[in-house]
Ligand binder design. Structure first.
Ligand code: ATP
Ligand code: MG
Length: 275
């Protein structure tokens, strides 16, 4: 593997008695889509909050392009090319889609639109419309975000991150509030991100969605890295076993044993879906 875009080494974070991250190490390759899996409370959001400057780790290193960095704020993360959509995402209710899309940014073009640099208001409207079309989000760019559904907001937030992400885009549960069609559109955007030089870390409880986009899946459990695998139907049981903690033998799916619990799934159709 060439130099990873992003690497974390032995990250540790404690909240009182909870060890949310227990010496977690992992690397993200250039152009890779990496899924981060794990049950509730596994430490996934904590890890991405460390990477986006929201949570300060107690210990460990973060390297970008092989150089150690310290990420002290969301602004700092953005400066380093890390764009994040949080699980509890924030958009400005009283701005329209264009306003949200460009809020707080220099008027430069999203990376996937090329390298023309500066854009005018009219151009911003045009780009936003193009993006909403691409997403097939059924709103006008002039509608205030406040009237959009949770799913539409989530789709716009993800689109914004992918469009503006310079190096690394982190998405925490990007499809959890989306219906089938909107999920499909967001997944398609994620899948295309590497074409624009963007690497992605995506957190999802939906294994079917993960299998559709991710190149590799890393599993956390109770704050620790427990293993990784290729997210495809063949490795579905293995991943589920790692997530729920049955069958400690890492790779081996243990016959009738461990992996069965989570819905008895044998094939791709057995993905967990959000409640
Ligand atoms: N700000 C905080 N203060 C105290 N404890 C926290 C805080 N943030 C997270 N935790 C604890 O750290 C652990 C990991 O939480 P985290 O949110 O990272 O899990 P997660 O893998 O994202 O779970 P989920 O799938 O439910 O989103 C949990 O036990 C959680 O209660
Ligand atoms: Mg979380």
């Amino acid at each position: 593997m060439a130099e990873p875009v992003l690497e974390v080494r032995e990250l540790e974070k404690r909240f009182g008695a909870t060890l949310a991250l227990d010496r977690v190490s992992l690397a993200l390759a250039e152009g890779e889509i990496l899924a981060l899996l794990g049950d509730n409370g596994a430490g996934k959001s904590t890890l991405i909050k460390v990477l986006s400057g929201v949570v300060k780790p107690d210990r460990g290193q973060i390297l970008i392009d092989g150089e150690e960095v310290s990420i002290d704020s969301p602004h700092g993360a953005r400066e380093l090319g890390i764009e994040t959509v949080y699980q509890d995402l924030a958009l400005f209710d009283n701005f329209n889609a264009t306003g949200n899309f460009y809020a707080g940014r220099e008027p430069v073009k999203p990376s996937w639109l090329g390298s023309l640099g500066w854009v005018s208001d009219r151009a911003m409207d045009k780009e936003t419309s193009a993006l909403l079309d691409r997403l097939q989000v059924n709103i006008s760019r002039d509608d205030e975000i406040g009237i959009m559904s949770g799913g539409q907001r989530q789709a716009v937030a993800c689109a914004r991150a992918i469009a503006f992400g310079k190096r690394i885009v982190i998405l925490d549960e990007p499809t959890s509030a989306l219906g089938a069609r909107e999920s499909g559109n967001v997944l398609r955007l994620i899948k295309e991100a590497p074409e624009n030089g963007v690497s992605v870390i995506v957190i999802s409880h939906n294994l079917e969605h993960v299998m559709r986009v991710a190149d590799r899946a890393v599993v956390l459990r109770q704050g620790s890295y427990v293993g990784e695998s290729t997210p495809d139907p063949e490795h579905h049981e293995e991943l589920v076993a790692m997530i729920v903690g049955s069958g400690e033998g890492e790779g081996e799916a243990e016959g009738e044993g461990g992996a069965e619990g989570e819905g008895g799934a044998h094939e791709a159709s057995g993905a967990r879906s959000e409640p």
